[in-house]
Design a binder for this molecule. Sequence first.
Ligand SMILES: [Zn+2]
Length: 133
Amino acid sequence: MEEYSQLLKNLYGSMPEKKVSTERFEVPQAEVLIQGNKTLIKNFDSICKTIRRDSKKVSKILLKELAAPGSMQGNALAIQGKFSDRVINEKIDYYVKNYVLCKECGKPDTHFEEEGRSTILVCEVCGARKPVK
Ligand SMILES: [Zn+2]
């Protein structure tokens, strides 16, 4: 838990603007459960709802980052292999930092727009447009 809040501090601390509203935007901690050789993120669906992203898209990036196959099981994401909650939360932070938070103003009010072959992260607050991988 402490490591996670430190991670969040680092994340927000590295933003150029310091006006990031953490009250309004808090990504829930992943509820990680290891079952045999699988890792379940039990609250995956609610995490995706909080960051306003499609769970399929989030899981695609997450699984790529973990280099493991997986699939949705109801509201949970089931991943092949054993991963600690620290690793899972790090990957979710990575996703939030790169695919949710605006690079200019640090606000989470963003969405994707397709522009030709690239995907653009569009900020609804300051209007910044950044291509994402
Ligand atoms: Zn912005």
